[in-house]
Design a protein around this ligand. Structure first.
Ligand code: ADP
Length: 609
């Protein structure tokens, strides 16, 4: 009992949150919803009244002329109410079908505004995944419809109880008990059904995975190569069998549930027909009209209670997802502190200093950067070298203030970078990360980052950036030039770029931004070394008088850098110019000699271009 009570309270709070959210996002939806509650609550009474009036008139031998307008009026009234109900439903559904889009926008905006540190946090990612489930399967509309049904059912139950109690209070009581027993059985059936559904969820996931395999040529190729077809098909057949067992459980449950419902219905009918029959035939204190009203009222009464039970379950099931949505929307950012701001003054010569900086990723025990101190002078070419996982990208993330040090501080011209407006500060960097992404928009939009400048300016700057990085010819070869879409989501004639071309477009985006500091994360290992070298050389040309920072473990470009930082396990192990580091005979010189040997021994092709 206590559990049911707690459930009801929870559902009230979910409903309240849902209505508030809906009101905030789309007021008309709520208005249509409320109007429909009123209309839909009147319909059962019109029906009951129609039965009562018609039978009473027939019983008392009323005038046919009087009979016609009342009956036709009631039927047309009913028709009208149903039409209004359908119209309001249509309007509400129209607004309702946009709610998923609106809620997704809220989640999207929230995600984009979250600190990077939050975004990479597994817990936050999980919360986001959970919050997204509110927009699946029209959960939101299910909940609002459930709310609508609960309220209109309460109105109907109150009115009909009054009607029934007027005829016989005790029969109302008996009806109530039978209907409640039936409802409890429905409730348990639904609960068990949900449990079975949860149990078969992993099987459904696996089946979906197999469907994905079937439409992915890479998997098919792999299966052919290793003669896996039969075994993979057997795996699928086993899943099919497991799925069948789960579905069978649900179907049997329905069979059992319907049997209980029908038994309850039969008991209800026996009690009503016998009791009312006794009063009409033996006691003679009940009219046929009252008998008919009673029957019609019981049907509506039963329907309303069932509707409350089902709606309660729907609110309960879907409310959980609403809770997840609100939890995600509540996450607070930490990076941007509005209270302390300094103006960012960029001088001719600037110094960025890492002072004893350590960084640990969320939920990680070990540090990615440990007690790192480093002074970077702008206007120079710097390289960060180190094995995978040595902390190169993390260092750049800290520098760009995508993440904040766990310990220590980073200073720009002596001021902690925390005190600058974050957007202003990040404007100083044009960065191309290893895992850069191009959007399925036009090449122009990708390069200009959807800039709001004048079209002619954008076109000129985009063309300049693209030709600087060696993509001029490629653009000329495309019939729509820089207005060509990348991929074929927006335009069937979109272009599919190779790895090297994509990277150049990403670099062109950085060139277009033209910030004082350029950062180039190592090109993907999939790139051919010659292509990589060509990209670096072009990049070099363009950024001649700028501060550039290369992250790399291929040393074709480090030779030309003023300063090279070698990282190992988040710490600086070597620091100096190419010459200096070659002299030390440490990791850098070892790596450089090894690669020099590799390049001279093996002549490379240009497979990736
Ligand atoms: P590099 O760029 O030199 O390959 P990274 O800076 O990417 O190295 O990574 C440094 C260390 O931090 C590695 O041990 C890596 O596993 C860890 N790391 C990187 N990104 C994350 C993350 N998002 N969450 C947890 N650990 C991470």
């Amino acid at each position: 009992m206590r559990k049911i009570f707690v459930n009801i309270i929870c559902n009230l709070s979910y409903t309240n949150k849902m209505l508030k959210l809906m009101w905030k996002n789309d007021k008309l939806y709520i208005i249509y919803l409320l109007l429909d509650i009123v209309v839909w609550s009147i319909v059962p009474f019109v029906n009951v009244y129609l039965v009562q009036e018609s039978i009473q008139m027939l019983e008392t031998g009323a005038n046919f002329q009087e009979y016609i307008p009342i009956i036709v009026g009631l039927i047309v009234g009913n028709l009208l109410l149903n039409y209004i109900h359908n119209y309001l439903n249509y309007k509400r559904d129209l607004h309702g079908s946009m709610i998923s889009v609106i809620l997704y926008k809220n989640i999207f905006v929230k995600t984009l505004n979250l600190d990077y540190e939050k975004i990479i946090d597994k817990n936050v990612q999980e919360m986001r995944e959970l919050s997204l489930r509110i927009i699946d399967n029209s959960r939101f509309s299910t909940m609002t419809v459930a709310f609508h049904n609960v309220v209109s059912s309460i109105i109907v139950i109150t009115g009909i109880s009054y009607l029934l109690a007027k005829i016989d209070f005790w029969i109302l009581f008996i009806v109530l008990i039978i209907v409640i027993v039936n409802s409890i059985s429905v409730m348990y059936r639904n609960k068990y059904e949900r449990k079975v559904n949860i149990d078969i969820n992993p099987i459904i996931k696996k089946i979906q995975y197999f469907m994905g395999i079937g439409s992915n040529y890479s998997y098919i190729k792999e299966m052919k190569l290793f003669s896996m077809n039969n075994n993979v098909i057997n795996e699928y057949v086993n899943l099919q069998k497991e799925m069948h067992k789960g579905v069978d459980k649900i179907r049997r449950l329905s069979l059992f549930g319907y049997t209980i419902s029908h038994i309850c219905q039969a008991i209800l009918n026996i009690v009503i027909y016998l009791y009312l029959g006794y009063r009409i035939l033996v006691n003679k204190d009940l009219s046929i009209a009252e008998f008919s009203v009673f029957l019609a009222a019981v049907v509506n009464f039963n329907g309303a209670i069932q509707s409350i039970v089902t709606s309660h379950l729907q609110i309960n099931n879907n409310g959980q997802y609403l809770k997840d949505y609100f939890e995600f929307m509540k996450i607070k950012n930490i990076v941007e502190d509005e209270s302390i701001k300094q103006d960012l003054i960029i001088k001719e010569q600037n110094i960025i200093e890492f002072k004893n900086v350590s960084y640990r990723y969320p939920n990680q025990e070990s540090y990615a950067i440990r007690n790192l101190s480093l002074k970077l002078n702008t206007g120079k070419k710097l390289a960060i070298v180190g094995e995978n996982g040595s902390g190169k990208t993390t260092l750049v993330m800290l520098l760009m203030r995508m993440i904040d040090p766990t310990e220590g501080e980073i200073l720009f011209n002596g001021i902690n970078i925390k005190y600058f407006k974050i957007d202003e500060y990040r404007k100083m960097f044009s960065t191309v990360f290893q895992d850069f992404k191009l959007f399925a928009f036009t090449i122009k939009d990708n390069v200009s980052a959807l800039s709001n400048e004048i079209q002619e300016t954008i076109d000129a700057k985009v063309n300049h950036a693209l030709s600087s990085i060696g993509l001029g010819e490629k653009m000329n070869s495309l019939s729509k030039g820089i207005n060509t879409y990348i991929e074929q989501i927006y335009d069937k004639e979109g272009v599919l770029l190779s790895g090297g071309e994509s990277q150049r477009v990403a670099i062109a985006r950085a060139l277009y931004k033209d910030s004082p500091i350029f950062i180039l994360d190592e090109p993907t290992a999939a790139l051919d070394p010659r292509v990589e070298y060509a990209i670096y050389s072009k990049f070099e040309e363009f950024t001649q008088n700028k501060t550039t920072l290369y992250i790399t473990h291929r040393l074709s470009s480090t030779r030309f850098c003023d300063e090279i930082v070698v990282l190992k396990n988040g710490k600086i192990t070597e620091l100096g110019s190419h010459k200096e580091l070659m002299k030390i005979n440490g990791y850098y010189s070892e790596l450089f000699n090894m690669q020099a040997q590799y390049y001279t021994e093996k002549s490379s092709g240009t497979k990736n271009e």
